[in-house]
Design a binder for this molecule. Structure first.
Ligand code: NAD
Length: 357
């Protein structure tokens, strides 16, 4: 049965990098009978320019109807002064919350060929393979009440609410334990249980869910320590699970251990593994439109889509090994370039992956 993929290129380098991922998927349609149909639509600043909203209701409906979504990135200087309610990022947040994409999977995997691109010593990062599972639809980013109010003395006060219900913690914990079962069976749950009651509950619920996965070794870690351990000894981690805000920060930190954010894919899944797939980086307006962006994070996001939503693990592996081959050939975009390698642009990198398939 044909599966429908909605392609949302977005802003900045978004259109360039998604075009390369689409090229790879099109190649698999021919070589491996991948039965998908792709349609394209607008999100972020591009959607605002066209409709006055960062995501139109029609696009939202298409996203709901699709089997999976492949997104580039949103945002850019042009839209920074807009009211917060229509900023490009709101399009992403709407997709995540209306599609109930509560589980964000962000692998921080270091291709051995890129060990020298990391700012950490190669011996600290060589072999690094961490999966961060971040809760994506709850916590302080969505908690109510929120806002900026004026106090009686006339001073303004900003406030947000950090909330997690037991059911929200339970479902993300299951995703993390299941992922750990398929990997090295080690799970680190990150919280701030010494200060925040909401994460005291988080810790308790994770321990309850842990009883269903006796083979998985569980560790709890405070977020400040986790931030430090990621730099000190990142290879101690297999799967990490944490809330929305801590996950946002730690996954960016982990991504940099691998040398370039241009290499890192992500998946955001709902309860039925329907998902939205996107690179971990932003729209890089500084290099947009110059054929300089690294498309590999987006191509690897398409691989995650094949793995988690489309049920084609063998094609996911095929893409991942093509990426590895291209790195073996010494091809590098600017963000991962080291002397002695061959510098290529976004399109050439995409073509090389297709050739390596
Ligand atoms: P960014 O990730 O866009 O860029 C950070 C740096 O990394 C820049 O120097 C950029 O050139 C470089 N970079 C990023 N992706 C690259 C790639 N594929 N290849 C080569 N170099 C790459 O983060 P930023 O500069 O903080 O944000 C720029 C815009 O992106 C902002 O409007 C921000 O709101 C938005 N943003 C969007 C998302 C998203 O769509 N998921 C995520 C983060 C930021």
């Amino acid at each position: 049965m044909t599966q429908h993929i909605l392609i949302l290129p977005g802003d900045g380098i978004g259109p360039e990098i998604t075009a390369e991922a689409v090229k790879v998927l099109n190649a698999l349609k021919v070589s491996d009978n991948l039965d998908i149909e792709m349609t394209e639509d607008l999100v972020g600043g591009a959607a605002y320019d066209a409709h006055g909203l960062p995501l139109s209701d029609e696009t939202m409906a298409k996203a709901q109807a699709a089997d999976a979504i492949l997104l580039g990135a949103v945002g850019g200087y042009k839209w920074e002064s807009l009211d917060i309610s229509v900023r490009p990022e709101k399009g992403l947040l709407r997709l995540r919350s209306e599609m109930k994409l509560f589980a964000n999977l962000r692998p921080a995997f270091l291709y051995p060929q890129l060990a020298d691109a990391s700012t950490l010593k190669p011996e600290v990062v060589a072999g690094l393979d961490i999966l961060i599972v971040r809760e994506l639809t709850g916590g302080i980013y969505f908690g109510q009440p929120r806002g900026i109010r004026v106090l009686e003395n006339g001073e303004r006060q900003g406030f947000n609410t950090y909330v997690y219900s037991e059911s929200e913690i339970t479902r993300i914990a299951h995703v993390a334990f299941k992922a750990a079962m398929k990997r090295n069976k080690k799970l680190t749950s990150v919280d701030k249980a010494n200060v925040l009651e909401v994460t005291e509950l988080w810790r308790e619920v994770v321990d309850t869910v842990a009883k269903e996965y006796p083979e998985v070794e569980v560790k709890h870690m405070y977020v400040d320590n986790a931030a430090m351990q990621l730099v000190l000894n990142p290879k101690q981690f297999d799967v990490m699970v944490t809330g929305n805000m801590f996950g946002d920060i730690l996954s960016d930190e982990a991504s940099m251990l691998t040398g370039s954010i241009g290499m890192l894919a992500s998946a955001s899944l709902d309860e039925n593994n329907k998902g939205m797939y996107e690179p971990s980086h932003g729209s890089a307006p500084d290099i947009a439109g110059q054929d300089l962006a690294n498309p590999l994070a987006t191509i690897l996001s398409a691989a995650m889509m094949l793995r988690y939503t489309l049920g084609r693990e063998e094609l996911a592996l095929k893409i991942e090994s093509a990426v590895s081959k291209v790195l073996d050939q010494g091809l590098r975009t600017g963000d991962i370039y080291l002397e002695g390698m061959t510098k290529v642009g976004c399109r050439e990198m995409g073509d090389a992956v297709v050739a390596a398939l």
